[in-house]
Design a protein around this ligand. Structure first.
Ligand SMILES: [Zn+2]
Ligand SMILES: [Zn+2]
Length: 349
C-alpha cells in the first residue's frame, strides 16, 4: 500500500536524521519527499487520460521462488480503465512501486485460481480502496470466482472494519469497500466471450486447457485497433492461435520442458521424490516456449512476450535453454518478460 510505504519512508527518514538535524531541516526534507511522491502519484493518474494503450508486466514469474520475477500479474491501462490480470503474491506492492494508478483500479480479471495467480487479490482490493477508489471493485473470472472473492472479502473484513473505525467513513468510505464477483460463462467452448466493454476497451475471455484446473481462461483485449492477448496458464490448444489472431502483443506463459525435466531428474537423484514428482506433473499443463512460438506464428502475432517464466532464469545458460528454438518457429519479435517491462500502443483508429 503506497500510503503505508509513504509512512514507512518518512519514519526511516526521521530515524536516520533525527539526531543530527534541526526541526526546520526535517520539515524541509519531509516536504520535498512528499512533493515528489505526490507528483509521482499525479503522473500515475495521468496514465488514465492517455490516448495510448499501456501494457505493464507487474509480475512475470511463475510459482517457483524467484529473486527477479514475482508471480503472475499484468496491467492494462486504456480508455481510463486500469485492469490487472491475475495477482500473484507481492504484485500489488509492485503496482505501487511501478507507479501505476492504484486508486484508479477498475477491475481485476482472474485467469484461474491457482495461488500464484490470486494471492494478492485481498491486497489489491484493500490497497485500491484506501487509495480512494471511487467504486466497489469488479472481479471477473471463470466459474469459482465468487468463492474466491467471498473468501478474500471475509479474510479482510475485520481490517476494513478497523480502518473505518480508526480513520472515519469520509476517509475510507464503506460504500466503495466491497469486491463484486462476475462469473464469465461460455456457451460454446471454442468461442471467446465478450464480457467487458467500457470506454472503447473490449475484453474477451476464452477457455484454455490447464486440466485439472477447470475452467481456466485467457483474455483478449482490443482498444482503438490494438490487440493484446494474455494466455493465462495453458497447454498448447487447437484454438489458442485463433484467440490470439493478429495480436500486437501476445503475452504467453512459458515453461521450458527441457529445463524442468532436468530439474525433476536432479531432484529425484537428490532423493527428493515429492518435489521431483511435482516438477514432472507441472509439465503436462503448461506450454513450452517453442510451442508458444508456434502459436504466435499461426496467429500472426507481432510480438511474443513471455511471462509466467518457469524455471527461474538464474543465469545465461537457463535463459538460452528457455528461448532455444523459438526463433526457428516464429518470425516476430521475441521478448523474455521482466517485472516492470512496459509496452505502449498508439491508437490505430
Ligand atoms: Zn496455474
Ligand atoms: Zn501459474
Amino acid at each position: 500500500m503506497k500510503r503505508a510505504w509513504i509512512v514507512l519512508a518518512c519514519l526511516s527518514l526521521v530515524a536516520s536524521i533525527a539526531l543530527s538535524c534541526t526541526t526546520d531541516q526535517l520539515n524541509s526534507l519531509m516536504k520535498k519527499r512528499i512533493k515528489s511522491m505526490l507528483e509521482d502519484r499525479a503522473q500515475a493518474m495521468e496514465m488514465l487520460e492517455d490516448p495510448d494503450m499501456h501494457v505493464i508486466l507487474v509480475g512475470s514469474g511463475g510459482p517457483l521462488d524467484n529473486e527477479e520475477r514475482l508471480a503472475s500479474c499484468t496491467a492494462i491501462i486504456a480508455g481510463g480503465e486500469f485492469i490487472v490480470v491475475d495477482l500473484g503474491a507481492g504484485t500489488w506492492r509492485n503496482v505501487n512501486l511501478l507507479n501505476l494508478p492504484s486508486g484508479g483500479l477498475s477491475a481485476v480479471f482472474l485467469t484461474h485460481f491457482h495461488s500464484d495467480h490470486i494471492a494478492d487479490l485481498g491486497e489489491a482490493d484493500f490497497g485500491s480502496w484506501t487509495q480512494a477508489r471511487k467504486t466497489n471493485l469488479d472481479v471477473y473470472g471463470p466459474e469459482g470466482v465468487d468463492r474466491v472473492v467471498r473468501g478474500f472479502s471475509m479474510a479482510y473484513a475485520l481490517d476494513k472494519k478497523y480502518r473505518i473505525a480508526h480513520h472515519g467513513e469520509d476517509i475510507v468510505p464503506p460504500g466503495t469497500s466491497a469486491m463484486v464477483s462476475h462469473t464469465i460463462h461460455f456457451k460454446d467452448p471454442d468461442e471467446a466471450v465478450l464480457f467487458f466493454d467500457r470506454n472503447g476497451l473490449k475484453a474477451y475471455a476464452f477457455l484454455v486447457d490447464h486440466f485439472p484446473v477447470v475452467p481456466a481462461v485467457g483474455y483478449r483485449f482490443e482498444y482503438k485497433g490494438n490487440v493484446v492477448v494474455i494466455t493465462g496458464d495453458t497447454k498448447k490448444t487447437p484454438t489458442l492461435a485463433k484467440h490470439a489472431k493478429n495480436a500486437d502483443i501476445l503475452i504467453s506463459e512459458g515453461l521450458s520442458m527441457r529445463a524442468v525435466k532436468v530439474l525433476s531428474d536432479a531432484l529425484a537423484e537428490a532423493n527428493q521424490p515429492r518435489l521431483s514428482k511435482i516438477m514432472k506433473d507441472v509439465m503436462n499443463y503448461h506450454i513450452d516456449p517453442v510451442q508458444a512460438g508456434e502459436v504466435a506464428q499461426e496467429a500472426g502475432a507481432k510480438k511474443l512476450v513471455f511471462n509466467h517464466v518457469v524455471p527461474p532464469i538464474i543465469n545465461r545458460i537457463v535463459k538460452s535453454i528457455f528461448l532455444n528454438g523459438v526463433k526457428d518457429v516464429y518470425d516476430g519479435e521475441i521478448i523474455l518478460g521482466e517485472d516492470g517491462m512496459r509496452f505502449t500502443l498508439a491508437p490505430k483508429e
